[in-house]
Design a protein around this ligand. Structure first.
Ligand code: FEO
Ligand code: CA
Ligand code: CA
Length: 637
């Protein structure tokens, strides 16, 4: 049994009753009694302790809208009164010298000057730096991964790519930075902007923090273990208060091939999921991805990378202090004492939720000296991992060399090895295994922290725990972390102990199916349920805008939902967007004035292929495949 789980003697209902706020729970039960879709929760009743909500009373969302019905088709659907513009699609030229997109004549060289594939995270930073301008800014966009079958005619698997197609594949990863401006006619990408940048798996970068320079990182491409090349598998990310972007390296194991059992650090490789059977065939043409020739390359991956989009010549920094795992993203807030706090989830089944607290404190201001100081904040600090208790408390367990089990005896020679082996260190500390932690983000209105747990169909009935209360979990859940209130309106994100609550248990409500019991505010109707929460954004009223990745397993499109975090309607959900078939929606982000909503439409067409795609969104041109694209949603009235 994994640490933090408990046995079957503590069944689902016990866990649920122990951790649900009384009011919401009883409301749910009342809803169940009205013969709707909602499955009844047996046993919920009067022995529950009274619960008082925090002071926020709940607020109308930034945007009022009539719900979008559930459904699944080839188009992107929004409520009446809203429209979207496509800003950039895979292959669109970014620079004056970029080649025009032609999927039949694509090369790696062209791709490196064009918008990449499978856009995920989207971060908006205003221009000028430090302003709250909502009509002019920089967008930084992750290109998480590629799908060869949708990029090339005749291709059905990644292993079929030839050398030039592999170069395209590599160059389609990384990030894009663009300048955008709102004009009378709508949002425009500023052509020829000096800010425009493509970052790829070949862009020079640096490792910083305690792990930088460790011998495992010294490779043919990095004699000092500090210099490093590029980033890939960039899933979500975050914006720092000092105006940089954090981008998260997630599924990095997929890119490497080789015999893992022959590696000196084979236990480490196994713990990170390396099987030697790579999904990509990059190593066939670039031996950097051959584990047996260059085992150290893999230690350059699995980090949070900090990028300054305001300086297109800046060298991105891999912040090893935030740990090495399959980071979904990283989101930063400033604690009342001035320290920077970053939250991050390790997105794999039974992995953990982490928090980094900086050693030094934030200096307000955007002058060069303050900014240079703040850009060092993620270099030194303490990384901790979350252990949730059934009684509603959460303990942050520090990953510090020499503390507890993190000793030489257990294979950790120094702090660098704790960071390089973050997952093992967290195992030994007894962290709580979660149902795939995706975004962990801070609500700027309440200071509460929300964890999107996307799903975990491998969780067995004897391995349930408080925040992961369902076996064979297909729908995911949203958990709320509550730092103690240090003073009015301020929460102490550095505290050793938090409390936690369940906001909702997602999935399609199905009566009489104990494994798939769902939990929403009872006013949520048949178009409101969602499944597999992945990313989130907050409006200025503190409502959560949730994007999903997996609703098609329940027969409906992925998309965007408005979810109420506070007050009488806490846990209420309503569908705002339906993605085209096969696509998920990623990287939601509002401009500061809440009038524009950027997001990424990733993998439209899903598992279909270039020759016979399930949709041709967004071009609907017979000669073009579906293309992942960055869009902006605005109100039309
Ligand atoms: Fe790339 Fe965690 O989804
Ligand atoms: Ca994600
Ligand atoms: Ca995803």
């Amino acid at each position: 049994m994994k640490p933090g789980s408990h046995d079957s003697s503590q069944n689902f209902q016990t866990v649920l009753q122990a951790r649900f706020p009384r009011r919401t729970f009883l409301q749910y039960a009342a809803g169940a009694g009205t013969a709707t879709l909602w499955g009844a929760l047996p046993g919920c009743s009067s022995e529950l302790q009274p619960h008082t909500h925090d002071t926020l009373s709940g607020a109308a969302p930034a945007w009022q809208f009539d719900t979008v019905p559930q459904g699944l088709d080839t188009r992107l659907t929004l409520p009446d009164g809203y429209d979207y513009q496509v800003l950039l699609r895979w292959g669109d030229p970014l620079f004056p010298d970029s080649a025009k997109f032609d999927p039949l004549q694509q090369t790696g060289e062209k791709q490196a000057r064009q918008f990449g594939f499978n856009n995920d995270y989207v971060g908006f930073l205003p221009l000028p730096l430090g302003s709250d301008n909502s009509e002019h800014g920089l967008l930084t966009i992750n290109h998480e991964h590629t799908k060869a079958r949708l990029m090339h005619p005749g291709i059905r698997s990644e292993g079929q790519l030839d050398q030039e197609q592999t170069r395209v594949d590599i160059a389609a990863h990384g990030l894009s930075v663009i300048e955008v401006k709102k004009q009378q006619s709508g949002w425009q990408v500023v052509k020829g902007s000096d800010y425009t940048r493509r970052i790829t798996p070949d862009t020079p970068m640096q490792l910083t923090g305690a792990a930088a320079g460790h011998p495992w990182l010294q490779t043919q491409h990095s004699e000092d273990g500090i210099a490093t090349l590029g980033t890939y598998g960039n899933c979500a990310g975050g914006i720092t208060p000092w105006g940089t972007i954090l981008t998260a390296e997630e599924n990095f194991d997929k890119y490497f091939s080789g015999d893992v059992d022959k590696l000196a650090q084979k236990d480490n490789f196994r713990r990170y999921g390396f099987s030697g059977e790579q999904e990509k065939n990059w190593s066939q043409y670039e031996e950097r991805w051959d584990l047996n020739k260059h085992p150290g390359e893999a230690f350059h991956m699995g980090w949070i990378v900090e990028i300054d989009p305001y300086d297109p010549n800046s060298v991105p920094k891999k912040r090893t202090g935030l740990g090495r795992f399959k980071h979904e993203g990283a989101n930063v807030t400033i604690a009342p004492d001035g320290r920077a706090v970053a939250y991050s989830g390790d997105d794999e089944k039974f992995e953990y939720v982490y928090r980094f607290v900086s050693r030094d404190t934030y200096k307000p201001g955007n002058d060069n000296a303050s900014r240079a100081h703040n850009m060092q904040l993620l270099e030194n600090g303490v990384l901790s991992v979350a252990r949730f208790s059934e009684n509603g408390t959460l303990s942050w367990l520090p990953l510090v060399h020499g503390k507890g089990p993190l000793t030489v005896k257990n294979g950790f020679n120094n702090q660098a090895e704790v960071l390089l082996n973050t997952r093992k260190a967290a195992d030994l500390l007894g962290a709580t295994p979660m149902d795939r932690p995706e975004d962990v983000d801070i609500n700027p209105v309440s200071g509460k922290v929300y964890v999107m747990l996307t799903k975990n169909d491998s969780r067995q009935p004897d391995a349930l725990n408080g925040p992961n209360p369902r076996a064979y979990n297909r729908g995911g859940q949203i958990i709320e972390l509550l730092p103690p209130e240090s003073s009015a309106q301020q929460r102490d994100h550095c505290a050793d102990e938090f409390r936690w609550e369940v906001l909702l248990l997602a999935g399609k409500p199905e009566p009489h199916n104990a494994q798939n019991v769902t939990f929403y505010h009872p006013d949520t109707d048949e178009n409101g349920w969602l499944a597999c929460p992945d990313n989130c954004a907050f409006d200025t009223q503190g409502n959560i805008w949730v994007t999903t990745d997996g609703a098609e397993d329940f027969g409906v499109a992925d998309g965007v939902w408005w979810v109420v975090a506070e007050g009488e309607k806490r846990g209420y959900a309503q569908r705002f967007m339906r993605a085209p078939v096969g696509a998920e929606v990623c990287g939601p982000c509002f401009t500061p004035d809440n009038r524009s909503f950027f997001c990424a439409i990733q993998h439209p067409g899903g598992d279909s292929n270039f020759d016979q795609p399930d949709t041709r969104w967004p071009d609907y041109a017979a000669e073009l495949p579906p293309r992942p694209a960055l869009i902006v949603v605005t109100q039309t009235r």
